[in-house]
Each structure stands twice: as structure tokens, then as C-alpha cells.
Design a protein around this ligand. Sequence first.
Ligand code: ASP
Length: 439
Amino acid sequence: MVKVLKFGGSSLASAEQFRKVAEIVNSDESRRYIVPSAPGKRFAKDTKVTDMLYSCYELAVKGKDFDKEFESIKERYQSIIDELNVGISLDKEFEMVKTCFKARTGRDYAASRGEYLNGIVLAAYLGYEFVDAAEIIFFTDDGKFDSEKTLKAVGERLKNVERAVIPGFYGSTPNDTIKTFSRGGSDVTGSIVAAGIGADLYENWTDVSGFLICDPRIVKDPEPIRTITYKELRELAYMGAGVLHEDAIFPVRKAGIPINIKNTNKPLDQGTFIVESTCQKPLYTITGIAGKKGFSVVNIEKDMMNGELGFGRRVLEQFEKNGISFEHMPSGIDTMSIIVHQAEFAEREQEILSGLHRNVHPDVIDIESDLALIAVVGRGMKSERGTAGRIFAALAHAHVNVKMIDQGSSELNIIIGVHERDFERAVKAIYEIFVVQRL
Ligand code: ASP
């Protein structure tokens, strides 16, 4: 059994957090490859080292003095080194970083030093080998992640290394420039390392015990999700359920490696397992509820619409021409509704409306705004009767007017459109009926 572990910024924000990480790593022989983030926030108003590096580099680029900011970054690492008695000095490293800042080596290079330096400290503290991500994570010249080259390099480099720390977030291009993934990208590095070495499990350690059934800002202390499939996660993530970088899913999914989201501050909590498929019956009919505000719906009516060949195509063409992608498209016999992001649509609204009038000659077009979409997701819905019935009964009891319903053919999710002012009430009502009452 081999596990790859990624620790997020808050898991490595201070010496105290480093101690927890070491305890977690040392408690299990199979935890052999560790991917750290840069030190994150120690308290709510603290600044992440990555953000400190970005601002410091900005000063350097403007030719301003950045000594004070640079010192604060140094102190973050020094306090960890001192408190933990890690017998190393980062002086030479920092000298090098400063020279590169002055030479304007690049914004990505600047940000990547957060993970690089943290990797050195963590490797020394754990007694693991340090392997620079620039040696094994590759991007092409035009900045795209080079999966084939990387997976090969990771496998070869780590083949004979028993235990290693590989900093997250960055890699290098063929001309040896440092390039980072987008923010939160250490999740992606962890996934790539897991795929490259063919790990049995990718543990992603963060500051929450996995995914929750719904947003804790809406429902107080919602239940955690124990197991979720990649497909379910995609539906929920799209609708706004954060925690894991979206691109972190693909490398491990392709390699058939499950992900376990774990909490560094509560290591005994089971967390969430993300798997390709499972025979485990979910505890509840639904796996999760997520949603977003800020949608508009364009309703188009035309008598005998259903007999008019190419009608739908001509409608969608008007949106496409204006660079607006649609989210959902429920339709009736003589009606069609297109759901779009309100802010995006507002900018092109008049062009689209006149295009529709000219090209499809509708009887009526009307626009409704301030719509929220709620996705009720669950692999368990397929084999259960009456899920939709229960959702709508719950919403009716909560006095929520449903404006739109869309169930995908996969029966994995039901999307419901409600007015924004009903959003929170609707989510609570759905949670209540499936989780609290366990119907
Ligand atoms: N340190 C980087 C960030 O703050 C990458 C990461 O933490 O995954 O975005």
C-alpha cells in the first residue's frame, strides 16, 4: 500500500500545524510521498505566504524597495524552523530568491517559492528526501500541463525513493522557466504524483472533514458526505461546492485512484472518499445539495414551435454568436426556456433579443431575472421512487414557488430553479426532508 498525501496551507501554517502533520505521516508506514502547500493563514485575518510573495514581487517589478515585505516572509519560515528545532538554514535560498526578484524572474517563480521553501523545511523535519517539483512536473512552452512527460518523470524519479516531499503548485517549462497551476494548484500536484507512482490512495488533508451535504452557511452543522462518486462531485462542484481544485480530479480518476479528503485538525474523522463507483449504499437518498444565485431565464413562445425544423438551433445560435453559453434548456410544446448567467447575459441582452426576433420570429419573449439554481445530486435517486415528489412536496410546504425543473437522463441530479429570495429556504427544506427526516 502506498499513499500520497497533500497538505493544504492551513495544515502547514505554523510549527504547531507541522507537528500535527508529522504525527499523521508517522502514524502510517504507507504514507510515503508528501505534497505541501505554502504556509497558509494561522488565523482569520492572517495573510497566506503565497499572497505575501505576490505582493512582494509586485514591488520588485515596480522597482520599489521590498525589504520589509521580504523579511516578513522570511520570518514565517524562520519561526517554524526555530520552534521545531529543524537544524537547517534557508539563508542561501532566500538570497537566491531575492536576487531572482530583483532580476524579475517572473510572477509564477515568485509564488512557487512558497511551496518550494516549505517543502525543504518539511522534508528536513520528517527526514524525507526533498524532490523539487521543477524536475518532474512539466508544462509545454505555451503553458499547458504536459501530462505524458510528467507522469513518466514522476514514476522514474520516485521509483527508488522510499519517502519524499514534493512541493505542490508548480513545475517547469522546456526552457526551465517556473510555471504554476492556478490558485489552489497543490491539489493538482498531489493528484499527479499519485497517478505517476500508481498510488493506492490520494489523501488530501485540509481544514474540514470532507464535503458536507450542503453549505454550512445555510444549514447549521450539516452532515458530512462519506462517499461520493467523481460524477456526483462534478455536479456539486459546478454548482459551487468548493474544497478541491477541479483539475485535481482528472489524473487520479484516469488512474483509478480514490481520493480521501481528511481534516488535519481532526485526523480521526473519516472524511470524504471520492471514488469512481461504489456499491456502498448512501446513507440518504441524496448525496448533496448545492446551488448558485445569479441566473436569468429567457422564455420564448411560438405557436407550432415544435413542428418548425431547426427552431432550437436558430435560438441557440443567437446565444453562441454573442459568446453566451447556456446552463439549461427546459422546453414545452410551444415554449422554450434558456437559462443563462445573469451578469454575462446582461451585457449582450439587446443583441441577443433582436437576433431572436429576426431569426425565429417568436410570438412572445420574456425575461425573468434573479433566479437561483439548486442541484440535488445523488446516485441513490436512480433506484428510488418518488424522489422528485418528495422534493416538490417539501418545497411546497416551505412556500417556495418552483420556476423550473430539469432532470438529467442520468438520474443523477435534479435541478430546480427558484427565485433568489427563496434560495436558502429551499435548500433547508430539501435538507430537512432527506437528511433530518431521512425519508
Ligand atoms: N499556495 C497556493 C495558493 O495559495 C497553492 C495551493 O495552496 O494549493 O493558491
